[in-house]
Design a protein around this ligand. Structure first.
Ligand SMILES: [Zn+2]
Length: 688
């Protein structure tokens, strides 16, 4: 057995050899944790040598010898880093986690050193200053501006002690964020509620029981055992259906308390430390708050614009939720449940009201939504919109037997990329759903095809049946996947999903719309036993119920988004007590106690597992404005697959990456700026 911290030196390290597997896939079966440290060491050294060569080039700086060279350097490092981070997300282990803790600050230091390379920045900066005289093609100019901004935002203009300190801050941030997300996973894995009697299972439909049997089997519990973990794929349906109020409360509390238990996995002091470091980072870069620093690089541009948008949803949703509360309270009384209702009652009672008002329950729908059929549905949509074909590849060596692979082809058979799907929950995988890449598209040197992966956390069963929410998640991640796969840009820095954070959810959220299209469901939503098509009556009910409980969903999301902005807008130098801050914000905002927050700060991975979504949880609603308005472009033609609209969508959005300023890309697609009304109407917050 290899010890977690032992390392294997080159030349025996398979990660450093050429990757000769089909599609240039990583050698997964050889990618043992102990290889990473030495592979990183060598790859980092190789990249530093490449960077020095660019910086010390005796020729005067040109776009080609500086920007193009920079865009292509670090290939070895990138491929190892992508393999490593994907494995830490999807198939981790104690050994890999140990490597992650060791490497996180060192990788941060490496990336910091790139942007602190004074001679390199001098070349980029000199080109940037003469950018108007260089007669660059639009995409080349965009690259120059983006890369220059990357350097400036990463502290390239700092000197002396500030420069030193900045490096230390980003390294410690990386380490603290790693610990934060490992603690969440540990708390999720340490909770296991075994349900033994029929009374424990009261109210649970067969599909929930089936998923809980699978979870029990995965944990090595005996046959006919039922286990509840903190995976949302189990807790969401449990909270919606369990008639056992005491168990609902227990699960709701455990879920809320992730990262907030005293002891080694307590994330509250870690989040507080992360905030202190971020404030220091903002201070060093000359911003009044961390939010100001982040918003410079967002489509929204300012915290005021974000608060304006969230405010348009928050108060109307609170008013609307009051109507729901009255209905739910009446339902509680009719069921003999106690009132006033609590946060662990809302989903349960809403499900009862939904079943009554719309005569619709998830248990009736799910048999029509098998995972395989819904995968076929999303592929079909991609074919009709963008002409793509998906050909499954068997026999590839991947990192887990549940992962599937498809070669993505254009109509003429040419390859576009490789698409991987890893759809099931397991203890070695982070919760949630996400898209990632093993390799980016690039237009240099004859072009590189992307390898894209989607991760979901569906409860595995035979067959796996999805709720309609799950179907939307599947389509959502596939929208990101297509953004990566369809990318057609020259420079890797601008490829695929490397866009601004509040624009990146546009292609994904937009794609969810096709999951609701009648003709898509009529073609693909078939009962797993009878093969019958989803009946029109059920489809009508599904459509009619679309806006049901949207005020609740809006509040659950918008509350954390507002708290995120408030937290990251604190002036530099403010000490934060995480729990007290959250409680105070809930009071100031008037967060309804019977609704609560989708994420509490102690496990809010968007904010603290890294900095990508810090001061950025709002991005989903921002992109929803773009998405709802964009989908109207199809609705206006009366055809969800309208050819010319789809062509514009491909050209300006799905294939464009970051080659254009996002507001302009949207304008090119839509012919005008986005309007907020479609989003508000979709959430039932605008009646006209
Ligand atoms: Zn997304």
């Amino acid at each position: 057995m290899n010890q977690p911290n032992s390392t294997v030196q080159t030349p025996d390290n398979p990660l450093l050899a050429d990757w000769l597997a089909p599609y240039g896939l990583p050698p997964f079966e050889l990618a043992r944790p102990e290889y990473f440290e030495s592979a990183f060491d060598l790859a980092m050294a190789a990249q530093r040598t490449e960077l020095d060569a660019i910086a010390n080039n005796p020729e005067r700086p040109t776009f080609s010898n500086t920007l193009v060279a920079l865009d292509q350097c670090g290939r070895l490092y990138n491929r190892i880093e992508l393999l490593f981070s994907n494995l830490t997300y999807s198939e981790t282990s104690p050994a890999l986690q140990a490597v992650q803790r060791t490497m996180a600050p060192r990788l941060a230091a490496h990336e910091n050193a790139i942007y602190m390379h004074a001679a390199l920045f001098a070349r980029v900066d000199s080109l940037y200053r003469q950018r108007q005289q260089l007669a660059l093609a639009p995409q080349d100019l965009r690259l120059l501006e983006r890369v220059h901004l990357d350097f400036v935002r990463a502290g390239a203009r700092l000197d002396g002690a500030a420069r030193q300190r900045y490096g230390a801050v980003v390294q410690e941030l990386a380490a603290q964020c790693t610990t934060f997300s490992q603690n969440v996973l540990a708390d999720e894995n340490s909770f296991l509620l075994e349900l033994k009697t029929e009374s424990d299972l009261a109210g649970l439909p067969e599909f929930v029981r089936e998923a809980m049997r699978a979870a029990a089997a995965q944990r090595g519990l005996g046959e006919n055992s039922y286990a509840l973990t903190l995976s949302p794929s189990l807790t969401e349906p449990f909270l919606s259906f369990s008639a056992r109020r005491d168990l609902r409360e227990k699960v709701w509390r455990e879920r809320s308390l992730r990262g907030a238990h005293e002891g080694p996995t307590d994330n509250r002091p870690i989040a507080a430390r992360i905030m202190a470091l971020r404030q220091e980072q903002a201070q060093l870069l000359g911003y009044a708050s961390y939010a100001d620093y982040e918003l410079v690089d967002r489509m929204a541009g300012s915290t005021a614009a974000v608060l304006n948008l969230l405010g348009q949803a928050w108060e109307p949703a609170k008013a609307k939720a009051e109507e729901g509360r009255v209905t739910l309270t009446a339902m509680a009384r009719s069921l003999g449940e106690p009132t006033p209702i609590e946060a662990w009652d809302w989903r349960y009672l809403a499900e009862k009201v939904r079943a009554q008002q719309f005569d619709l329950d998830d248990a009736e729908l799910k048999p029509y939504f098998t995972l395989d059929n819904m995968i076929a549905a999303m592929f079909d949509c991609a074919q009709r919109l963008f002409g793509l074909h998906f050909v499954e590849q068997h026999g590839l060596s991947l990192y887990h037997p549940d992962v599937r692979a498809w070669e993505v082809q254009r109509a003429d058979g040419t390859a576009v990329g490789l698409f991987l799907g890893d759809n099931f929950a397991r203890p070695t995988k982070r919760s949630g759903a996400w898209m990632s890449i093993f390799r980016s598209q690039s237009g240099h040197q004859g072009g590189t095809l992307p390898i894209v992966i989607n991760n979901n956390n569906f409860a595995k069963a035979s067959p796996t049946l999805l709720s309609f929410e799950d179907v939307k998640t599947l389509f959502h991640e596939f929208g990101h996947g297509l953004h990566g796969l369809l990318s057609q840009v020259r420079h890797e820095r601008l490829a695929g999903t490397s866009v601004l954070r509040d624009y990146v959810e546009l292609p994904s959220q937009l794609f969810e719309n096709w999951a609701l299209e009648r003709e898509v469901l009529q073609r693909h939503a078939r009962h797993f036993q009878s093969g019958d098509v989803l009946p029109d009556t059920l489809l009508d009910k599904l459509h009619a119920a679309r806006r049901f409980n949207q005020a609740w969903a809006t509040l659950m999301y918008t509350g954390p988004a507002l708290i995120d902005m408030a937290l990251h807008s604190l002036p530099n130098g403010t000490t934060v007590d995480i729990a007290a801050f959250e409680a105070e914000q809930c009071r100031l905002l008037g967060v309804p106690q019977d609704i609560g927050l989708r994420h509490h700060l102690s496990h809010f991975q968007h904010l603290f597992a890294g900095s990508g979504y810090a001061a950025g949880y709002y991005v989903y609603m921002w992109a929803e404005v773009l998405e709802a308005d964009a989908y109207q472009a199809f609705s206006e033609t009366g055809n969800a697959f309208d050819e010319s609209t789809a062509r514009r969508l491909l050209q300006h959005i799905y294939s464009a990456g970051n080659s254009q300023e996002p507001a302009q890309a949207f304008r090119n697609f839509r012919g005008r700026d986005p309007q907020v009304e479609a989003m508000l109407r979709k959430r039932g917050l605008l009646t006209v």
